[in-house]
Design a protein around this ligand. Structure first.
Ligand SMILES: C[S@@+](CC[C@H](N)C(=O)[O-])C[C@H]1O[C@@H](n2cnc3c(N)ncnc32)[C@H](O)[C@@H]1O
Length: 323
């Protein structure tokens, strides 16, 4: 038997198993917490009984579900399964897993992507925007807190901020809860999802629907934040957006860019393949490219920080006070 491999093929199958169980309704059939028989789970999910039994046993083998044998065989979610797949909270990763599987479709076209240099055709059609946006909302709370802390520590007085490409507002909400007037900018299809995700927090946040590569709001904002968006576009677009951001930042205010920096993030090279398969000219960019865009736009005091809670970097810079 082979004792080692350069890939963990089981992890891929486990991901697909969890996504299949989520999408087919098997996990939700157990969401109530009580143990249910195969027949009950299959009936609740509208699923085939034999298939349900096989998948429930596999879920039990992964530790998401527990097999109960008192009074006949039944299944219930384990505390791990509940925390990661059902209960809203810091460990929830339901949308993130589904988004990961959506991405696999494009990865399967990698040979063609490599041959043509074009993104995968699956990436060109209508996308599952809700899953992608909600997956962003499941980012690690420690990462979000670290970003807020570092932006505020660098920025000093921050009264207003805009989160450009902020998805469902998971970061904007954290600034808002600190008493900072937050604005969330994203594409038209995302803003209603953000309002729903934010619930009561949405009342304190301003929303802007826009294509930020065409124009940014006049502001000014004390902090203009770009999280994981510079990798979607080319260096030329990023240079132009950075120049435009200069007028959107208040004099003395801050621009912050969070992303995988090539040469500093251990995950950057792998992430570049994600952009290769899903965008026309996105990618991961070096520290020097970021510094050049910022310097050319007029920003000063450029700092590049390796985040403790993620393998990404935070690039911070200031618009000079008198300008
Ligand atoms: C990878 S997600 C990052 C979300 C969030 N900033 C974060 O770091 O968790 C990229 C977000 O940018 C938005 N976006 C991409 N291109 C955009 C554009 N040209 N104008 C406005 N929003 C854009 C997408 O809709 C998506 O919500």
């Amino acid at each position: 038997m082979r004792t080692s491999s350069i890939v963990d093929g089981d992890a891929v199958e486990q991901l697909l198993l969890l996504a299949g169980a989520l999408r087919s309704g098997l996990i939700d059939a157990l969401a109530g917490g009580e143990a249910r028989s195969v027949a009950e789970v299959a009936a609740a999910a509208g699923a085939d009984r034999r298939a349900t039994g096989i998948v429930l046993d596999a879920l039990a083998a992964t530790g998401v579900v527990e097999r109960v044998t008192e009074g006949g065989v039944s299944y219930r979610l384990t505390p791990v399964g509940k925390a990661h797949l059902v209960d809203e909270g810091p460990r929830m990763e339901r949308s993130r897993l589904l988004h990961q599987v959506n991405k696999v479709r494009g990865w399967l076209e990698l040979p063609e992507v490599i041959r043509t240099g074009e993104p995968a055709s699956k990436g060109k059609g209508p996308r599952d925007i809700a899953t992608r946006s909600l997956a962003m909302g499941e980012r690690d709370p420690d990462l979000l807190e670290e970003v807020v802390e570092r932006c505020l520590a660098y920025g000093g007085t921050v009264r207003t901020m805009i989160d450009v490409g902020g998805a469902v507002g998971h970061l904007a909400r954290r600034f808002s809860r600190r008493g900072i007037k937050a604005t969330l900018l994203d594409q038209e299809a995302v803003i209603p999802l953000a309002r729903e995700y934010l619930g009561a927090d949405a009342d304190a946040i301003d929303f802007i629907t826009a294509d930020y590569t065409r124009s940014l709001p006049a502001g000014p904002f004390d902090l203009v934040y770009f999280g994981n968006v510079y990798h979607i576009y080319s260096p030329e677009t990023n240079a132009r957006v950075t120049r435009e951001a200069f007028s959107t930042v208040s004099p003395g205010g801050v621009i912050a860019i969070q992303d995988y920096i090539l040469g500093r993030s251990a995950q950057a090279a792998m992430f570049a393949v994600n952009m290769l398969r899903s965008t026309v000219d996105g990618g991961v960019w070096t520290e020097e490219q970021h510094r050049e865009w910022l310097r050319d736009a007029g920003f000063v005091e450029i700092e590049v920080v390796d985040l403790d809670s993620a393998s990404t970097q935070l690039v911070l810079a200031r618009r000079p006070r008198g300008l």
